[in-house]
Design a protein around this ligand. Sequence first.
Ligand code: UPG
Length: 258
Amino acid sequence: MGGTAWVTLATNDSYALGALVVANSLKRVNTVHDLAILITPGVTLAMKNELLRVFNFVKEVDVFDSRDETNLRLLARPDLGITFTKIHAWRLTQYSKCVFLDADVLIVQNCDELFDREELSAAPDAGWPDCFNSGVFVFKPSDSTYNALVDFALVNGSFDGGDQGLLNLYFSNWSTADSSKRLPFVYNMCSTSTYSYLPALKQFGSKVKIIHFIGSSKPWLQHFDSSTRIITSGDSHLTNFLQLWWDVFVVHVHPTLT
Ligand code: UPG
């Protein structure tokens, strides 16, 4: 066991495109850590080959793999499918520490220092700051934690139907126990903060290290003018971040897509 990695997740080709931008945004800021991704059979072979070119480790997982005893128990709760796909990250035990990133984030500045933090470190959610947002978190892969999470989820479920509700119940003392586990918001700046606290974005926006495009308005769904290479839709307060996402896509991802 050893080594460190950024870990992301994609269950289909759309999120895989996001994951390719995540990976290239990490390379752009010269990260020293490995890049790993969890995928499911919903990702096409052509896309898997793209991922293999960019990531150090591509792990195909299947929540309902009947050869796996732990997963057999999950057959009773098909609603937790996507949630459990993210939890598979704890099974990457070839790494001693990882930082999970949703496929809809963009690394704006190098943040390799996140690996100095301990499990479970995360930033407050913009909607309810006593909960952490599960789009960026530091964790320690461990089969026993994975099994404990599965057992916990089978009993308690998730209060929001997703991994964020489950992980906040499991790591329930996150907001009160150890302040070093509470990451600054600039490590997971949720895009919804443009309408909840715009003056703060204007004041502190230049310090953002990771932008997280939460909700249904993903960067890859915005209009992009391929002749001018300018983003022409989306939240105007996020234009610089959306433009950077597309710049990374156009320069590093699109040319190699088959
Ligand atoms: N994902 C897939 N395929 C899907 C849906 C999600 O691969 O069909 C992955 C992907 O990595 C994505 C992540 O799961 O980025 C989270 O899903 P997303 O659609 O980005 O969810 P949001 O509603 O934007 O995010 C909030 C939280 C997020 C949490 C999710 C569910 O910010 O951290 O995982 O809700 O609780």
